[in-house]
Design a protein around this ligand. Structure first.
Ligand SMILES: [Zn+2]
Length: 387
């Protein structure tokens, strides 16, 4: 069960709607430098205010692989060295033909299409770039399969709740984290890219990617496969490509389908992030436990795609029953915050939990049943089929 968030869905739809089709330059005998084509697309993709203010000197295009006809690299729009600003950008793939360069950014459908045909893209990358995309937000699937971006079993401080990648502006895709051993790790397996010194992007399956900024001692990567937990660097205050950092932390952002998306509602490390009334407020919830800004978040690791976290909506325990309803006998209980694995689902008696009312019940891996009203699964509906 999960909360519907119409406002977030609308924000993401708007961001998606303005993303342009892959840029194709005017016909010419000799293609322009690929960096020019990438810059044009980068500036066209930025929000209008940035696009007006930014010139080519405000961008950093790095062609990291090329064979003349194909090019691969990173395209970054630098940010002012001020608070409430962070650089933005994409991994790009470009192909030249008689009409010029066709450029696509990571997360766009065209990126996967080009990757399939490109000799510059490794088999590991192709496997990631071409996985089926999860429904975007309003599709109702908020499962990420991600851990928090540090070692499982550590507790770090959520130094700021959900805010924008750039700062206060929506979507509130990002949170700030610091503490523990200060070692920042990949939230989920994927392929990793150095966007800028101190800024790593990991592209995951299902259309997701994650960004990590302000890192010290960040690894230098150009498509290396990473596992969940692979070291990316240390928390820091690096602002090589712009922005500011008042104390060491990682600015951790969530993207889907080539745009930042609200982190709220997404399950990461078995926590569901929650937006506040304003940017940087809000926090995260694990079962009935809540951590606001300045609170500690324990990294429970990734929630499986067929798992839920018990949220008894106030603490205590959830009764397990022999069938899908309160008319069936009790078989014991499961604690608030516990992880359960769901075999299948069926409709039964209706109950109201934190996220609303549902008649859905889930049969757990031990054969007992619990009401889906008291599970956080990331989906409104059965996550492992009907019984
Ligand atoms: Zn931040």
């Amino acid at each position: 069960m999960r909360r519907l968030m119409l406002s977030c869905a609308l924000a993401a739809t708007a961001a998606w709607a303005v993303a342009p089709a892959p840029a194709t330059a005017a016909p010419r005998a000799t293609p322009e430098p690929v960096a020019d084509a990438v810059t044009a697309k980068l500036l066209g993709s930025a929000d209008a205010a940035n696009a007006r203010a930014a010139g080519a000197e405000r961008t950093r295009i790095s062609v990291t692989r090329t064979n003349g006809r194909w090019a691969f690299g990173t395209a970054v729009l630098l940010a002012d060295r001020s608070a409430d600003a962070h650089p933005t950008g994409s991994v790009f793939l470009a192909r030249a033909d008689a009409k010029g360069w066709t450029v696509a950014f990571d997360g766009e459908a065209a990126f996967g299409d080009l990757a399939t045909a490109s000799p510059l893209v490794s088999e590991t990358e192709k496997a990631v770039f071409t996985t089926p995309v999860a429904p975007l937000l309003a599709g109702g699937d908020f499962r990420t399969g991600m851990a928090l971006p540090f070692a499982v079993g550590q507790t770090w401080t959520l130094t700021s709740g959900p805010h924008g990648w750039g700062g206060a502006a929506a979507p509130w895709s990002s949170v700030d984290l610091a503490g523990g051993d200060q070692v920042v790790r990949a939230a989920r397996a994927g392929t990793a890219y150095t966007m800028c010194t101190g800024w790593i992007r990991v592209i995951h399956d299902r259309g997701y990617s994650t960004d990590y900024y302000h890192l010290w001692n960040s690894i230098s990567v150009n498509g290396a496969g990473v596992a969940q937990g692979t070291v990316l660097g240390n928390t820091g205050t690096d602002v090589t490509c712009g922005g500011s950092a008042s104390g060491r932390h990682v600015h951790f952002g969530l993207r889907q389908n080539s745009a930042y998306v609200p982190i709220a509602g997404h399950g990461i490390g078995k926590w569901d992030f929650v937006s506040g009334a304003a940017a940087y407020q809000g926090g995260a919830r694990h079962g009935s436990a809540y951590a606001g800004g300045g609170g500690g978040v324990y990294n429970y690791g990734a929630l499986g795609f067929n798992q839920g976290v018990v949220d008894a909506n106030g603490g205590g325990t959830l009764t397990r029953r022999s069938g899908p309803g309160t008319g069936y006998g009790a078989l014991g209980s499961v604690a608030d915050g516990a992880t359960v694995t769901i075999s299948c689902s069926a409709n039964g008696t209706s109950h109201t939990g934190r996220y609303g009312t549902t008649a859905l019940w889930d049969r757990l891996s031990d054969g007992s049943w619990v009401s889906d009203a008291y599970l956080s699964t990331g989906v409104n509906g059965p996550i492992n089929g009907w019984c």
